[in-house]
Ligand binder design. Structure first.
Ligand code: MBD
Ligand code: FE
Length: 296
């Protein structure tokens, strides 16, 4: 058994829960009583409406109780919320945007990954094991603003799963920064990154979320994806994912996070080794309406 085969939902859930606690995001919660009242009342009312409309029984109510307890025990609240709700929050947060479409962050982002300088024709290679499995991928493009200006030294954070669908720091036996990196573009906003083409990703099936998926007859798959955060001074932080055409789950992503604007167009690499993908990012300038979490 390889170390990755010992990966469990509970271990990955505990790591994702820890990461969320350390992220600083919880500090932003300010108890505005009117808003809490509005949201909590609406949520409780919606749940009561479902109970009455669907005539929910005591055994079903108790199954829900047991399941919610297990979500917490397995540390799967970050996974549950990011898979089934974050896409709507992301939609609300970015509806004003004129630049690039974004997508959800998900539970597996870690800041401050190793930094590499890159530029046009000067690819930097993401950290990977000497025997890392997968197809080589050269990922390159330019970062500009919605005003058409190149954004010098834009920062591109990239993280993705390995060929077995595991993320470093959320599964055992993987070096901490494997397939995670921070890439600095050149003076004209050009970047070039060598990594591997990720494989489709299945969310853990042995925890509470997996139990729900099995009980409901759903599937646990996300299409293969790259995660990104792209930023430049004076511009809104872009959190995005990019996808590969032909993936069987592009149309039924469990996390509802695929958008047509985020589809890559891989070509055979010029040097014959793997694929090349070209993708440009367009960032919105910060304005008075930009919320604090999109300012960097
Ligand atoms: C992932 O890899 C992911 O990107 C999301 C959104 C949820 C669970 C796992
Ligand atoms: Fe992911």
């Amino acid at each position: 058994m390889t170390p990755q085969e010992q990966a469990t939902a509970a271990a990955s859930g505990a790591a994702a829960t820890d990461r969320f606690r350390q992220s600083g995001k919880t500090a932003a919660v300010e108890a505005d009583q009117a808003r809490v009242n509005e949201l909590a009342s609406a949520l409780v009312q919606a749940a009561n409406d479902i109970i009455l409309e669907k005539k929910v029984t005591y055994p079903e109510f108790n199954a829900l109780k047991a399941w919610l307890i297990k979500v917490g025990e397995d540390g799967e609240w970050p996974l549950f919320l990011d898979v089934w709700l974050e896409h709507s929050v992301e939609e609300v947060a970015t509806e004003h945007r004129e630049g690039n479409k974004g997508s959800i962050e998900g539970p597996y982002y870690i800041p401050d990954a190793p930094r590499h300088e890159t530029g046009k024709g000067k690819p930097a290679t993401i950290d990977m094991r000497p025997d890392e499995k997968g197809t080589m991928m050269l990922f390159q493009g330019q970062v500009t603003s919605t005003e058409g200006k190149p954004l010098p030294n834009a920062k591109i954070e990239l993280w993705h799963a390995d060929e077995d669908g595991f993320y470093a720091q959320f599964a055992p036996g993987i070096p901490d920064w494997n397939l995670r990196g921070t890439f600095i573009a050149d003076e004209e906003g050009y970047f070039a990154i060598r990594s591997l083409q990720p494989a489709p990703y299945q969310i853990p099936t042995d925890g509470a979320c997996g139990q729900l998926i099995a009980a409901a007859g759903w599937h646990a798959w996300r299409p293969a994806h790259l995660h990104l955060k792209v930023s430049a001074p004076g511009h809104e932080l872009l959190t995005a994912q990019l996808y590969f055409p032909g993936d069987p789950h592009n149309e039924d992503d469990i996390a509802t996070a695929v958008k047509p604007e985020l589809m890559l167009d891989p070509k055979p690499a010029a040097d014959g080794d793997g694929v090349q993908v070209d993708y440009d990012f367009v960032l919105d300038p910060v304005s008075d309406e930009t919320p604090a979490h999109l300012r960097v």
